[in-house]
Design a protein around this ligand. Structure first.
Ligand code: AMP
Ligand code: ZN
Length: 114
């Protein structure tokens, strides 16, 4: 997937501000943050969108959420709160077609989302 910007981040071919990494997951600060804390959490395996997850990917899917929780905890966001978001395709505004979860925190957020 040589055209995928997040695969390039995984391979360290383009720089990013990495805050968590293990064998399957990478998390880095969003380049255009929409909140005081805005972290992108991705699987290292290239999956284009959340709708493509299969039953056999259940453990990977839960690891994304658990990584979001762990990062939120380290940043002191559990009590004030935080938001985990996965956009899928055009109506949701997905721009990067490598599955990713946003973790937002550090400010009061509106609901419903825009
Ligand atoms: P989405 O609209 O859900 O596809 O979100 C894509 C996100 O990736 C946006 O919030 C972008 O700011 C972010 N993004 C794009 N390129 C980079 C990059 N090189 N480093 C960090 N975040 C990025
Ligand atoms: Zn990719």
């Amino acid at each position: 997937m040589k055209e995928c910007i997040f695969c390039k981040i995984i391979k360290k071919e383009i720089p990013s501000s990495i805050i968590y990494e293990d064998g399957e997951i990478l998390a880095f600060n969003d380049i255009n943050p929409q909140a005081p804390v805005h972290v992108i959490i991705i699987p290292k395996r290239h999956i284009e969108r959340v709708s493509e997850l299969k039953a056999e990917d259940s453990e990977l899917a839960s690891k994304l959420i658990l990584a979001g929780n762990e990062i939120a905890g380290k940043k002191g966001l559990i009590d004030p709160g935080y938001r985990l978001v996965i956009n899928c395709n055009k109506d949701a505004g997905q721009e990067v077609f490598h599955l990713h979860m946003h973790m937002f925190g550090g400010r009061k957020m509106g609901w419903p989302p825009g």
